[in-house]
Ligand binder design. Structure first.
Ligand code: CMP
Length: 146
Protein backbone atom coordinates (compact mmCIF):
# COMPACT_ATOMS: atom_id res chain seq x y z
CA UNK A 1 0.00 0.00 0.00
CA UNK A 2 1.27 3.49 -0.81
CA UNK A 3 2.18 5.87 2.02
CA UNK A 4 -0.55 8.32 1.06
CA UNK A 5 -3.16 5.61 1.34
CA UNK A 6 -1.73 4.47 4.69
CA UNK A 7 -1.98 8.06 5.99
CA UNK A 8 -5.60 8.26 4.87
CA UNK A 9 -6.40 4.96 6.55
CA UNK A 10 -4.75 6.06 9.79
CA UNK A 11 -6.91 9.17 9.76
CA UNK A 12 -10.01 7.05 9.25
CA UNK A 13 -9.03 4.50 11.93
CA UNK A 14 -8.48 7.29 14.43
CA UNK A 15 -12.21 8.01 14.30
CA UNK A 16 -13.12 4.39 15.14
CA UNK A 17 -14.03 4.26 18.81
CA UNK A 18 -12.72 0.71 19.27
CA UNK A 19 -9.23 1.84 18.25
CA UNK A 20 -9.16 5.00 20.32
CA UNK A 21 -6.44 3.66 22.64
CA UNK A 22 -4.07 2.84 19.80
CA UNK A 23 -1.00 4.96 19.27
CA UNK A 24 0.28 6.23 15.94
CA UNK A 25 2.63 3.27 15.37
CA UNK A 26 -0.11 0.75 16.10
CA UNK A 27 -2.57 2.56 13.85
CA UNK A 28 -0.05 2.63 11.05
CA UNK A 29 0.67 -1.10 11.49
CA UNK A 30 -3.03 -1.82 11.29
CA UNK A 31 -3.50 0.50 8.30
CA UNK A 32 -0.79 -1.33 6.39
CA UNK A 33 -2.28 -4.75 7.02
CA UNK A 34 -5.98 -4.27 6.46
CA UNK A 35 -7.92 -4.55 3.22
CA UNK A 36 -10.26 -1.93 1.81
CA UNK A 37 -13.54 -3.70 0.94
CA UNK A 38 -16.39 -1.80 -0.70
CA UNK A 39 -19.85 -3.35 -1.16
CA UNK A 40 -22.73 -2.14 -3.31
CA UNK A 41 -26.16 -1.64 -1.75
CA UNK A 42 -27.95 -4.97 -1.30
CA UNK A 43 -24.81 -7.08 -1.25
CA UNK A 44 -24.34 -9.76 1.40
CA UNK A 45 -21.14 -9.01 3.31
CA UNK A 46 -21.28 -12.01 5.64
CA UNK A 47 -23.73 -14.86 5.16
CA UNK A 48 -25.25 -16.68 8.12
CA UNK A 49 -23.75 -20.18 8.40
CA UNK A 50 -20.63 -19.37 6.38
CA UNK A 51 -17.71 -21.23 7.90
CA UNK A 52 -15.08 -18.94 6.44
CA UNK A 53 -15.44 -16.59 9.35
CA UNK A 54 -11.93 -15.31 9.93
CA UNK A 55 -12.30 -11.62 9.08
CA UNK A 56 -13.30 -8.66 11.18
CA UNK A 57 -15.01 -5.78 9.36
CA UNK A 58 -15.07 -2.12 10.29
CA UNK A 59 -17.61 0.11 8.55
CA UNK A 60 -15.96 3.33 7.46
CA UNK A 61 -18.89 4.63 5.38
CA UNK A 62 -22.50 3.67 4.81
CA UNK A 63 -24.95 1.48 6.63
CA UNK A 64 -25.42 -2.28 6.94
CA UNK A 65 -28.11 -4.42 8.53
CA UNK A 66 -27.82 -7.62 10.54
CA UNK A 67 -30.38 -10.30 9.65
CA UNK A 68 -31.07 -13.71 11.18
CA UNK A 69 -32.79 -16.58 9.44
CA UNK A 70 -35.68 -17.82 11.51
CA UNK A 71 -36.78 -21.48 11.71
CA UNK A 72 -39.92 -20.62 9.69
CA UNK A 73 -37.78 -19.64 6.71
CA UNK A 74 -38.25 -15.91 7.24
CA UNK A 75 -35.57 -13.38 7.99
CA UNK A 76 -35.56 -10.83 10.77
CA UNK A 77 -33.61 -7.59 10.93
CA UNK A 78 -31.87 -7.43 14.28
CA UNK A 79 -29.82 -4.28 14.18
CA UNK A 80 -28.36 -1.74 11.86
CA UNK A 81 -24.70 -0.86 11.91
CA UNK A 82 -23.14 2.35 10.73
CA UNK A 83 -19.83 4.14 10.43
CA UNK A 84 -17.34 3.14 13.11
CA UNK A 85 -19.13 -0.15 13.91
CA UNK A 86 -17.39 -3.48 13.61
CA UNK A 87 -18.83 -6.90 12.85
CA UNK A 88 -17.61 -10.44 12.30
CA UNK A 89 -16.10 -10.66 15.78
CA UNK A 90 -18.17 -13.72 16.70
CA UNK A 91 -16.90 -15.99 13.97
CA UNK A 92 -13.41 -14.63 14.35
CA UNK A 93 -13.19 -15.08 18.12
CA UNK A 94 -15.16 -18.31 18.55
CA UNK A 95 -14.43 -20.12 15.29
CA UNK A 96 -18.18 -20.65 14.83
CA UNK A 97 -19.86 -20.13 11.45
CA UNK A 98 -21.28 -16.64 10.88
CA UNK A 99 -24.17 -16.12 13.29
CA UNK A 100 -26.08 -13.75 11.03
CA UNK A 101 -26.08 -12.18 7.60
CA UNK A 102 -24.82 -8.64 7.29
CA UNK A 103 -26.24 -6.89 4.25
CA UNK A 104 -25.28 -3.52 2.79
CA UNK A 105 -28.25 -1.18 3.21
CA UNK A 106 -26.49 1.58 1.29
CA UNK A 107 -23.22 1.38 -0.58
CA UNK A 108 -20.83 0.44 2.22
CA UNK A 109 -17.10 0.87 2.58
CA UNK A 110 -15.36 -1.46 5.03
CA UNK A 111 -11.93 -2.24 6.20
CA UNK A 112 -11.43 -5.97 6.50
CA UNK A 113 -8.88 -7.23 9.00
CA UNK A 114 -7.41 -10.72 9.01
CA UNK A 115 -7.75 -12.96 12.01
CA UNK A 116 -4.02 -13.11 12.78
CA UNK A 117 -3.79 -9.31 12.70
CA UNK A 118 -6.79 -8.99 15.02
CA UNK A 119 -5.42 -11.63 17.38
CA UNK A 120 -2.12 -9.81 17.59
CA UNK A 121 -3.95 -6.58 18.37
CA UNK A 122 -6.15 -8.18 21.04
CA UNK A 123 -3.09 -9.73 22.60
CA UNK A 124 -1.23 -6.42 22.69
CA UNK A 125 -4.29 -4.50 23.90
CA UNK A 126 -6.33 -6.55 26.40
CA UNK A 127 -8.61 -3.52 26.90
CA UNK A 128 -9.79 -3.85 23.32
CA UNK A 129 -10.21 -7.62 23.72
CA UNK A 130 -12.42 -6.99 26.73
CA UNK A 131 -14.53 -4.44 24.92
CA UNK A 132 -15.02 -6.73 21.93
CA UNK A 133 -15.91 -9.69 24.19
CA UNK A 134 -18.40 -7.58 26.06
CA UNK A 135 -20.11 -6.41 22.87
CA UNK A 136 -20.08 -9.98 21.55
CA UNK A 137 -21.97 -11.22 24.60
CA UNK A 138 -24.57 -8.44 24.32
CA UNK A 139 -25.06 -9.14 20.62
CA UNK A 140 -25.29 -12.87 21.22
CA UNK A 141 -28.08 -12.31 23.75
CA UNK A 142 -29.92 -10.08 21.30
CA UNK A 143 -29.60 -12.71 18.55
CA UNK A 144 -30.93 -15.43 20.83
CA UNK A 145 -34.02 -13.32 21.42
CA UNK A 146 -34.69 -12.64 17.75
P1 CMP B 1 -20.27 -13.17 12.99
O1 CMP B 1 -21.12 -14.21 13.65
O2 CMP B 1 -18.87 -13.51 12.72
O3 CMP B 1 -20.97 -12.74 11.62
C1 CMP B 1 -22.21 -12.06 11.69
C2 CMP B 1 -22.02 -10.84 12.53
O4 CMP B 1 -23.19 -10.10 12.78
C3 CMP B 1 -21.57 -11.23 13.94
O5 CMP B 1 -20.29 -11.84 13.87
C4 CMP B 1 -21.68 -9.91 14.63
O6 CMP B 1 -20.57 -9.11 14.36
C5 CMP B 1 -22.91 -9.32 13.94
N1 CMP B 1 -24.05 -9.41 14.84
C6 CMP B 1 -24.67 -10.51 15.27
N2 CMP B 1 -25.65 -10.20 16.14
C7 CMP B 1 -25.64 -8.86 16.27
C8 CMP B 1 -26.41 -7.93 17.03
N3 CMP B 1 -27.38 -8.33 17.85
N4 CMP B 1 -26.10 -6.62 16.92
C9 CMP B 1 -25.12 -6.20 16.10
N5 CMP B 1 -24.37 -7.04 15.36
C10 CMP B 1 -24.61 -8.35 15.44
Amino acid sequence: VRQREVQLRVKTLRRVELFSQLNEVELRGLAERLRYSPFARGNVITRQGDERSHWLYIIINGEAEVYVDLPNGKRRMVRSLNRGSFFGEMGLMTGAPRSASVIAKTDVECYRIDKDVVEELLHARPGIAEEVSHILVTRRAELDEA
